[in-house]
Design a protein around this ligand. Structure first.
Ligand code: FPP
Length: 278
């Protein structure tokens, strides 16, 4: 658990709003959680929604300003139809019922991923929830639905190519900058990526944005993930030394804080957040 002292560390920030670290979570283990209890897989996903609610509520207390949750990957379409239907039923319910609570918490909800393969009804719920919560300033919550990072990078490249001269190939530097701007425009880079459920892989989630993310893998199944687990992940993160390919103490890169050396991502604007104990 977090020590009683208040630790201060430097992270990357995207905008004046939603300041604080960007945490991304691969919410794995719902099916196994249910199987261990002799329940259908959907019961695990339902319990997973409760874990989402707990995490979203607790995030701002831990200086999390941006939170991206992997709810449904583009590869998850391969699951049995009844499970896919069940997950979408839960997602629709969440998008319909949660905005009031999110608004009260000052949370802005955004859905990332492809929308063209979603039902009209779900697209409608997404637009309504995004609109209803658009003024939230405490937390920028992104829910990834029908999301594939490779697909997002490919689309960003196609978008960039439309803005470039047909006669001359762009420099790598320019293309890289255009892709970075597209992919990190809304939420910046990921500071900490958490995966529950004991597996250690990225599963096509935020590959570009997580280039320098700290990784935290836990055996905890997602439905059991609670405030203490989130705090433990943040605690571990706060002890990591981020070097972004540099060396500690190099001019312009390091920012010694609390005896540690917190590094600032190249090209990003440094700012300090308070990571305080409850
Ligand atoms: C992975 O566990 C989980 C999913 C594919 C679905 C996640 C969905 C939710 C948590 C519910 C809805 C989310 C929101 C944001 C309201 P798994 O089924 O692969 O677990 P397993 O590896 O144990 O089989």
């Amino acid at each position: 658990m977090q020590s009683k002292s208040t630790a201060t560390k430097s992270f990357t920030a995207q905008s004046e709003e939603h300041q604080g670290i960007h945490v991304a979570i691969i919410m794995d283990g719902n099916g196994r959680w249910a199987a261990r209890r002799g329940l259908p897989r959907l019961a695990g996903h339902r319990a997973g929604v409760a874990a989402v609610r707990r995490t979203v509520e607790h995030a701002p207390d831990l200086s999390i300003g941006r939170l991206t949750l992997y709810a449904f990957s583009s590869d998850n379409w391969r699951r049995p139809a009844d499970e896919v239907q069940g997950i979408f039923w839960l997602l629709r319910a969440y998008l319909r019922l949660e905005p009031d609570r999110l608004k009260q918490q000052g949370t802005r909800l955004e859905v990332i991923g492809r929308r063209d393969r979603l039902s009209k009804q779900l697209r409608h719920e997404i637009e309504r929830a995004e609109c209803a919560t658009s003024k939230g300033r405490n937390l920028h919550l992104r829910v990834a639905i029908d999301y594939s990072s490779r697909d997002a990078i490919t689309r960003a490249a196609v978008g960039a190519s439309r803005n470039l001269s047909r006669d001359r190939p762009p420099s790598e530097e320019l293309l890289g900058r255009m892709l970075a701007e597209t992919l990190t425009a809304e939420c910046g880079e990921v500071d900490l990526l958490i995966r529950t459920g004991g597996e250690k892989r990225l599963s096509d989630f935020l590959l570009w944005e997580s280039a320098y993310a700290e990784l935290h893998f836990t055996d905890r199944m997602w439905p059991d993930f609670d405030a203490a687990d989130l705090e433990a992940a943040l605690q571990e993160f706060s002890r990591r030394e981020r070097r972004f390919g540099g060396v500690p103490g190099a001019a312009g890169q390091s920012d010694a804080v609390d005896g540690g050396c917190a590094m600032i991502a190249p090209g990003s604007r440094p700012f300090k957040v308070k990571f305080s104990a409850k």
